[in-house]
Design a protein around this ligand. Structure first.
Ligand SMILES: [Zn+2]
Length: 225
């Protein structure tokens, strides 16, 4: 992978290579169906089993981008077992994943499924943090109370996967300004930030408000605070 070595760019990630490509038909709980080309990799920086899902006509999207046109739509989605698999109402990860699958299929691009549960602190620690939140801390305070960072996610592997498929510029499907900043620092050009919808429920209203207020997530919430 080639990265410019300007002062605002972190040291370049080593190149990862595609290990397997397999076609997987997907059908979500609400019946929405699409087909993913799922790629696995050798050489990812943290040694974890991250996935890249090519959705829609991603080859055409890459060709269009290479010709100077619109970049492929990309969402780096951090694994959330409780939200993605079990439909937990404590967060908005499941609906965001479902929305991303459809929007990326329509536009052509990539869903990066990143195995960094609980903003990188892991599944058990995330559940410990939920217990602290039930005692009154917010999601960021709870991580700190556990001696962990507010957000330990790292997008090096995401950038390696994008480089392996030739996506050096992306339209980023995310409300999180930190994701865009990290990708840019790692050498991926974010040509546009595309906000996701707001998936509000009674159980996640406080969580979403804290995300909005604490990290400047782009969330237009119909609630006071
Ligand atoms: Zn979640």
């Amino acid at each position: 992978m080639t990265l410019s070595l300007g002062t605002d760019v972190l040291s370049p990630a080593p190149a990862a290579t595609v290990r397997t490509r397999v076609t997987v038909p997907l059908e979500f709980a609400d019946g929405y169906a699409t087909t993913a080309e799922v790629l696995t990799f050798d050489g990812l920086a943290d040694g974890r089993e991250h996935l890249l899902l090519g959705l829609g006509d991603w080859r055409a999207a890459l060709a269009r981008s290479a010709a100077g046109g619109e970049a492929p739509l990309v969402r780096p989605h951090s694994e959330c077992l409780t939200g993605d698999v079990f439909g937990s109402q404590r967060c908005d990860c499941g609906p965001q994943l479902r929305e991303a699958a459809e929007r990326i299929t329509d536009a052509g691009g990539f869903l990066l499924y990143l195995r960094q549960e609980g903003r990188g602190i892991g599944l058990y620690a995330k559940l410990d943090a939920y217990a602290l939140q039930d005692a009154g801390l917010d999601t960021y305070e709870a991580n700190r109370a556990l001696g962990r960072g507010e957000d330990e996610r790292d997008y090096t592997a995401a950038v390696q996967m994008l480089a392996a498929v030739g996506a050096d510029r992306v339209r980023l499907l995310s409300n999180n300004p930190d994701k865009a900043a990290q990708l840019e620092l790692l050498g991926v050009a974010v040509t546009e930030r595309v906000p996701t919808g707001v998936h509000l429920s009674a159980a996640n209203a406080r969580y979403l408000a804290v995300k909005r207020d604490h990290t400047q997530h782009t969330l237009d919430l119909p609630l006071a605070g």
